[in-house]
Design a protein around this ligand. Structure first.
Ligand code: HEC
Length: 107
């Protein structure tokens, strides 16, 4: 019962925050980033050199002037030139966007 209540409370909290601004779960996004995106991008705060020199590091993406969840969503939904076959689910995009934007405040 207690667990159900906790789950319900979390669900409600998630719903209200997603209604506010459609942000995802940054912790899950971090996992996705380190498993998928890290092949090419430096994904951790303060990590500057990307494995693929053409791929900008996530901290600098986050601090790019005018970078918003909307801009990131557009980028992630259009095809990524170097990874054409990898398509993120809406949840995955939200989470990874939340993670990237969280790097903004960590600097
Ligand atoms: C196979 C290598 C590779 C992988 C994997 C990869 N990227 Fe990229 N990404 C690149 C390269 C190279 C660029 C720069 C290309 C360009 O600007 O045209 C880029 C650019 C970007 C940009 C645009 C940055 C800007 O300033 O416009 C974003 C956002 C981005 N990647 C997010 C991600 C996310 C999120 C993931 C994981 C889900 C990911 N990338 C996985 C290679 C990769």
């Amino acid at each position: 019962m207690r667990q159900t209540l906790i789950a319900l409370a979390m669900l409600l909290a998630m719903q209200s925050s997603s209604m506010a601004q459609e942000v995802g779960d940054a912790a899950r996004g971090a996992t996705l980033a380190t498993t998928v995106c890290a092949q090419c991008h430096a994904v951790r705060p303060g990590e500057l050199r990307s494995p693929d020199p053409m791929a900008p590091n996530f901290s600098s993406i986050a601090t790019t002037l005018g970078m918003t969840d909307r801009a990131l969503r557009v980028w992630l939904q259009s095809s990524h030139p170097t990874m054409p076959n990898y398509v993120l689910s809406p949840d995955e995009s939200n989470n990874v966007i939340a993670y990237i934007l969280s790097l903004k405040s960590e600097r």
